[in-house]
Design a protein around this ligand. Structure first.
Ligand code: ARG
Length: 471
C-alpha cells in the first residue's frame, strides 16, 4: 500500500528523506499509549453517531489484535510508514480492511501524538514518585541505624560543626521529598487531554472531547486547540524535575565517592555496587555514583535540547517537535537506572561509625560552642570569636585539640572559662545543644524521622491511587 497521505503526491519520497524524517525507530515506545488513545477515540466516534457501531467494534477488535502482535514482537514496523501512528493505522487496515481507515476521522496526528505523550508521561511520573519513595525509605533506615553516629559537618568542605550522620542523611530525604512533590504537582498539567484539537483548529465532526477525557482518566481537556497541539511544557517540566533529581543524586554521589575514599573511610559501598580495576588489583571503584554523577550531564542536556527546539517555534505543530521524544525517553531511562540502583546501594552501605567518631575527636568543630559558652557569660560574640580564634591557634601550634587543654591554659585566653567547658566541648553535647526545630540534636532528628515516615505513608497512598488512575 502507498503512503496514507500519498494522494497529493506524484513522486515517491526520496529514500534518504524517508529515513531522516521517520520517527518510528524511537516512537515505537508509544505503541501502547497510541492504541489506548485510539480505542477511546473510536468509542467516542460510535457514541456520537459519527461511525456505525459495527465499524467501531471491528476497529476496536482490530486494534486489540494489533497491540497483542506488537507486544508479542510479531510485528514489523516500516520506516516508510514514518511513525507509530501510521504504522499502527496501517497494521489495522491490513487486519480489518478499509474500514480501519475510519479510525482517523475527526483526528490528526498532531493531537494524537500529544495525547500519547501525556499518557506515557503520567505513568512515568507515578513510577518516579514510587522510586523516590524507595530511595527515601532506604535513607531513613540508614538514618535510624545511625541516630547516635556523629560526623563532622562541613562547610567549604572544611570541618565546621559536629552533626548526627542521621541528620546528614535526612537532608537528602527532604531533597527527594521535594522532588516527589514537584512530580506530583506536575501530574495535573500532564493529565490534560489534547485530543479533539484536530490538526490545530478543532474538527468539523460533532466529537465529545470530555467523553474521551473521562475514558482515558484525564481530569480536563486543553482549552485552546492550538495550545493543545503546540504545548510541550509538560515534557519540559518533567525534564526539569528530572534534572533536579539528578542534581540531588549527583551531590549524594559526590559525597559517597569522597566518603568511600581511603582518606575519609566513612562508608564502604557493598561489593555488588562497585567494580574493580583491570590493572590495579587492590582497587574497588564507586562506579555507580560516578556514573550517576556523569549521566547528570545528559539529563541536563535533554532539558536544554528541548527548550532550544521549542524556542521561536511558531504555532501550531511543526515537525521540529518530533525532537521532543528521544531526549525524554533517554531521561526516563537514565533516571530509572539511577534511582533503581541508589535505593539498594544506600541500604547495603556499611557505615564506619568509629572512623567518623575519630574524625570528630580530632578537629575543632566544637569551637563555636565554647564561643557560645563565653557569650553565655556575658562576653559579646565578636570578642568571644576572637578569644576562641586565638585559643585554636595556640592548640594548632601546640599540636593539641581543645579538649586537651588544661583549665589554666584556657584561662590564659579568658578568665571567664571554668571547668564546665569540658562538658560543653564533648561532641555529643555539641550536637545535642542544637535542639531547635530542624536542628541536629538527637530529639530533633528522631522527630524529623517520624515526620518523614508519615509523609512517606502519604506518598505511598498517592502512588497506589495514581497507579490505577494513570493506567
Ligand atoms: N511523528 C510525529 C511527531 O512525533 C507525529 C506528528 C506528525 N504530524 C505531522 N503533521 N506531520 O511529531
Amino acid at each position: 500500500m502507498s503512503k496514507l497521505w500519498g494522494g497529493r503526491f506524484t513522486k515517491k519520497t526520496d529514500q534518504l528523506v524517508e529515513e531522516y524524517t521517520a520517527s518510528i525507530t524511537f516512537d515505537k515506545e508509544l505503541a501502547e499509549e497510541d492504541v489506548q488513545g485510539s480505542l477511546a477515540h473510536v468509542t467516542m466516534l460510535g457514541k456520537q453517531g459519527i461511525l456505525p457501531a459495527d465499524d467501531v467494534d471491528t476497529i476496536k477488535d482490530g486494534l486489540h489484535r494489533v497491540l497483542q502482535r506488537i507486544k508479542r514482537g510479531d510485528w514489523e514496523y516500516a520506516i516508510a510508514d514514518e511513525d507509530i501512528h501510521m504504522n499502527i493505522e496501517k497494521a489495522l487496515i491490513d487486519d480489518v480492511g478499509p474500514v480501519g481507515g475510519k479510525l482517523h476521522t475527526g483526528r490528526s496526528r498532531n493531537d494524537q501524538v500529544a495525547t500519547d505523550m501525556h499518557l506515557y508521561l503520567r505513568k512515568r511520573v507515578v513510577e518516579f514518585v514510587d522510586l523516590l519513595h524507595k530511595l527515601q525509605s532506604a535513607l531513613i533506615e540508614q538514618a535510624k541505624a545511625n541516630i547516635d553516629t556523629i560526623i563532622p559537618g562541613y562547610t567549604h568542605l572544611q570541618r565546621a560543626q559536629p552533626i548526627l550522620f542521621a541528620h546528614h542523611l535526612m537532608a537528602y530525604v527532604s531533597m527527594f521529598g521535594r522532588d516527589a512533590e514537584r512530580l506530583q504537582d506536575s501530574y495535573k498539567r500532564i493529565n490534560t487531554l489534547p485530543l479533539g484539537a484536530g490538526a490545530l483548529a478543532g474538527t468539523t465532526f460533532p466529537i465529545d472531547r470530555h467523553f474521551v477525557a473521562k475514558q482515558l482518566g484525564f481530569d480536563r481537556v486543553y482549552e485552546n486547540s492550538l495550545d493543545a497541539v503546540s504545548d510541550r511544557d509538560f515534557i519540559l517540566e518533567f525534564l526539569s524535575h528530572a534534572s533536579i533529581i539528578m542534581m540531588h543524586l549527583s551531590r549524594l554521589s559526590e559525597e559517597l565517592i569522597l566518603w568511600s575514599s581511603t582518606e575519609f573511610h566513612f562508608v564502604e559501598l557493598d561489593d555488588a555496587f562497585c567494580t574493580g580495576s583491570s590493572i590495579m588489583p587492590q582497587k574497588k571503584n564507586p562506579d555507580v555514583p560516578e556514573l550517576v554523577r556523569g549521566k547528570t550531564g545528559r539529563v541536563y542536556g535533554n532539558l536544554v535540547g528541548l527548550l532550544t527546539v521549542l524556542k521561536s517555534l511558531p504555532l501550531a505543530y511543526n515537525k521540529d517537535m518530533q525532537e521532543d521524544k528521544e531526549g525524554m525517553f533517554d531521561t526516563v531511562r537514565t533516571l530509572q537506572g539511577a534511582l533503581q540502583l541508589f535505593a539498594p546501594m544506600i541500604a547495603t552501605m556499611k557505615v564506619n561509625k568509629d572512623t567518623m567518631r575519630q574524625a570528630v575527636n580530632q578537629d575543632f568543630s566544637n569551637a563555636t560552642d565554647i564561643a557560645d559558652f563565653l557569650v553565655g557569660k556575658g562576653l559579646p560574640f565578636r570578642q568571644a570569636h576572637e578569644v576562641i580564634g586565638k585559643t585554636v591557634l595556640y592548640c594548632i601550634q601546640q599540636g593539641k585539640y581543645l579538649l586537651d587543654l588544661t583549665l589554666e591554659e584556657f584561662k590564659q585566653f579568658s578568665p571567664l572559662f571554668d571547668d564546665r567547658i569540658y562538658s560543653v566541648l564533648q561532641p555529643e553535647n555539641v550536637v545535642n545543644a542544637r535542639n531547635v526545630y530542624g536542628g541536629t540534636a538527637t530529639p530533633q532528628v528522631t522527630e524529623a524521622i517520624a515526620r518523614a515516615e508519615r509523609e512517606l505513608d502519604a506518598t505511598a497512598a498517592w502512588v497506589t491511587e495514581f497507579v490505577e488512575k494513570s493506567r
